[in-house]
Design a protein around this ligand. Structure first.
Ligand SMILES: Nc1ncnc2c1ncn2[C@@H]1O[C@H](COP(=O)(O)OP(=O)(O)OP(=O)(O)O)[C@@H](O)[C@H]1O
Ligand SMILES: [Mg+2]
Length: 252
């Protein structure tokens, strides 16, 4: 079975999709065969990889609507070596879907997925719904991107409550890879304070290497390319390469 990493935070706009797309690209560049799954019906992973999802294209959301749907049908190649995408359905509505937390875990056990992929990255919506519960039930590791801002600790705390519930219920294998400071700037006092609070609360070893603030990440997204291809000399490319090397150790 592929090692599965879920990228999650109950708060919106913390960089989940940016992390999902770029970590997927880093792990693929390191030679791992990566499947990126977009569980968020905003469908931004496809945008970040320069893929247009037309009406009628099979999507990962099909498995949450019909028990006979297969995840492998929704997998499509990307322009980047070793990296495939199972896109989201923009018409899938929040709250829709079969009430079964084990659908995604069972889909990841499909033979084509097990044979063709070493790593699965799950981008998730900020809402607490059946899709997030499926993602947490299917994953081995969780990465929690957060913006070092006073309001961010609430999203982190809410997610931790959900994690504890999952770990003591449907997925005892789930482990916290760590908290990832996004758009951070060590020169800004509040960023230092909030990051320090997270380290104090959960342990400094739970803090992943920071992704600094870099406008080139938004540009790369609009250009439909991961940062390592769009701006290989940027500081964000440097930061994601470091994060990719760290996370690759969890996938071996
Ligand atoms: N390190 C960074 N530096 C600058 N901008 C960033 C950085 N990380 C993310 N962004 C920008 O922040 C915005 C939000 O990022 P992103 O879409 O990845 O968040 P999200 O958590 O997936 O949002 P949502 O909850 O809506 O799914 C985007 O415009 C993205 O380009
Ligand atoms: Mg997103």
């Amino acid at each position: 079975m592929a090692v599965t990493i879920v990228v999650s935070n109950r708060k919106g706009g913390t960089g989940k999709t940016t992390v999902s797309v770029n970590v997927a690209a880093e792990l693929a560049a390191l030679g791992l065969r990566v499947l990126l799954i977009d569980l968020d019906s905003q469908g931004h992973c496809a945008v970040g990889l320069g893929i247009k999802v037309s009406k009628g294209t099979p999507t990962v959301h099909d498995i949450f609507r019909r028990t006979d749907a297969r995840l492998a049908t929704a997998v499509q190649p990307t322009a980047f070596d070793n990296l495939a995408l199972a896109p989201a359905d923009p018409l899938f509505e929040h709250g829709e879907g079969l009430r079964d937390e084990g659908l995604l875990k069972r889909a990841l056990a499909e033979e084509e997925i097990v044979t063709n992929f070493d790593v699965v990255i799950l981008d998730t919506p900020p809402s607490l719904d059946i899709l997030l519960l499926n993602a947490l039930t299917a994953a081995n590791w969780v990465v929690v991107p957060f913006v070092p801002h006073p309001l961010s600790s609430e999203g982190v705390k809410q997610l931790m409550r959900v994690l504890f519930k999952i770990i003591s219920g449907t997925n005892q294998q789930l482990k916290l890879a760590g908290f990832l400071p996004m758009m951070g700037n060590d020169h800004i006092r509040i960023h230092r304070t909030v990051t320090g609070d997270v380290a104090n609360q959960f342990g400094v070893s739970r803090l992943l290497p920071i992704i600094r603030n870099d406008i080139r990440l938004s540009e790369s997204f609009a250009a439909g390319k991961p940062i390592r291809y769009y701006a290989p000399k940027s500081r964000a490319a440097e930061d994601f390469a470091q994060l990719g090397t760290f996370l690759a150790q969890l996938c071996r």
